[in-house]
Design a protein around this ligand. Structure first.
Ligand SMILES: Cc1cc2nc3c(=O)[nH]c(=O)nc-3n(C[C@H](O)[C@H](O)[C@H](O)COP(=O)(O)OP(=O)(O)OC[C@H]3O[C@@H](n4cnc5c(N)ncnc54)[C@H](O)[C@@H]3O)c2cc1C
Length: 396
């Protein structure tokens, strides 16, 4: 990149949201009439994460899905729930396949992806934005920022969803292909709400993750020890080959989403508050919001300010805040709460709820499948949190 340069749109961060928005902008060849730059510090893309979701809506990268599970189970001490939905399997999209597909779309649309570029500062000057980066300064009409954001305001209720996962090959068949373990709460909950997640690809190969919903992270070796202990206890595995490692920290918060930093600087992805407060899932919401954003940009004259879409509806946000509040107050009750939801609700209804597509009547059915007295108390106690707007007021 030669500095200073001009661009219509600068996307800061070429991760899931940045590449998704760029790919959407490339649809229909319109990007060729505008200069779109994506600035990303990494120099190469690897399989650094694995996205899973229920495919309730189409999106640009659906062809990159690699695996599907039409049955899933949840476990807690003395309890097991198995459910499934043949028409709506739980699917996996590996990070490397997503990055490859997105980069191919950018290249075809003439969108510039600059790797090895670190953005240090954004300055909204009223009629343009100055983007200071390790490769120089760019003057842009609009900027979309997906860099990791500051932690939520301490007055908000925030839990961290933190996890480490290993894809591993076992020396003998121990996994059940076709059956995903979404949450296994049977190991000790002494350190806070904690479960394992197992996605079997074959009888001897699976992704196994240790996940925690707690206020603080653990020392690195605690995740590894937890996974090793689980593999020993549940599968009798002592020796195995680790094929891939991933780790993540996703804030689950009652903070309102913040789709805008200033009139010309928009927040994208996790920074914009797309992670679902009660589960941390974000992939489909990123696809939905970047599609809507790109449509609004394509429909507006170049450089015009647009209204960013809300990541999710007010009802979904209010319910997530109540659930998060209940989980944070009574982590020891969370395993039964999750197992009840999966046991009592028709799978497709629960999937719509988890994917923010439940109607108000369906949302009421979800509430009714929880311990009603406790949940009603939580609705009353947490009203100051869930009654607030889903989206922060824009800064002017
Ligand atoms: C390991 C892992 C597994 C996950 N699994 C799921 C899942 O199964 N289902 C689901 O729905 N969600 C999942 N998520 C949550 C969410 O979908 C992902 O975190 C997703 O990548 C968020 O997209 P993003 O664009 O907001 O952030 P990212 O994809 O992390 O992108 C942010 C980008 O900003 C770049 N950046 C950082 N600093 C700078 C800088 N100074 N200048 C320029 N760029 C910068 C980074 O290099 C990165 O590319 C997972 C997250 C992780 C970490």
């Amino acid at each position: 990149m030669v500095a200073p340069v001009n661009a219509d749109i600068v996307i800061v961060g070429g991760g899931c949201a940045g590449l998704s928005l760029a790919a959407q902008l490339g649809l229909g060849g319109r990007a060729r009439t505008r200069r779109v730059l994506v600035l990303e510090p990494r120099r190469e893309y690897t399989r650094d994460r694995t996205w899973c979701y229920w495919p309730v809506e189409p999106h640009l990268f659906a062809d990159a899905v690699s695996d599907r599970w039409s049955r899933w189970e949840l476990l807690a001490p003395g309890r097991r729930v198995e459910r499934g939905a043949a028409r709506l399997p739980y699917v996996q999209l590996p990070g490397d396949a997503f990055y490859r597909a997105a980069r191919a779309r950018l290249a075809a649309a003439g969108i510039e992806l600059h790797l090895g570029v670190h953005v240090d500062r954004l300055d909204d000057r009223g009629d343009h934005v100055l983007v200071d980066s390790s490769a120089g300064t760019v003057r842009a009409s609009l900027v979309f920022d997906s860099r990791p954001g500051a932690p939520p305001d301490p007055s908000e209720l925030t839990l961290l969803q933190h996890f480490v996962g290993w894809e591993l090959r076992a020396p003998r068949p121990v996994f059940t292909p076709g059956l995903a373990t979404l949450m296994d709460f049977t190991p000790s909950q002494r350190g806070g709400l904690h479960f394992f997640y197992v996605l079997p690809y074959a009888a001897d190969r699976a992704l196994v993750e240790a996940t925690y919903f707690t206020p603080a992270l653990l020392p690195d070796d605690a995740y590894d020890a937890a996974i090793r202990g689980y593999l020993r206890e549940r599968f009798g595995l002592e020796d195995f080959e680790i094929l891939m490692r991933e780790r993540g920290v996703i804030p689950m918060t009652t903070a309102p989403a913040a789709p805008r930093q200033s009139p010309r600087i928009y927040n994208l992805g996790l920074r914009g508050g797309v992670a679902k407060a009660s589960t941390g899932y974000a992939f489909l919401a990123i696809q939905r919001t970047t599609r809507d954003l790109a449509r609004r940009l394509r429909d507006a004259p170049p450089g015009a300010l647009i209204e960013p879409p809300e990541p999710r509806g007010a009802l979904a946000v209010a319910m997530d805040r109540v659930f998060l509040s209940q989980i944070a107050r009574y982590p020891e009750r969370a395993p039964d709460l999750f197992l009840d939801l999966f046991e009592k609700l028709p799978p497709e209804l629960l999937i719509r709820f988890l994917s923010d597509q439940a109607t108000p009547v369906e949302a009421m059915r979800v509430m009714a499948s929880t311990p009603l007295a406790a949940m009603t108390r939580e609705v009353l106690r947490s009203r100051a949190r869930w009654l607030r707007p889903a989206v922060a007021a824009p800064r002017t």
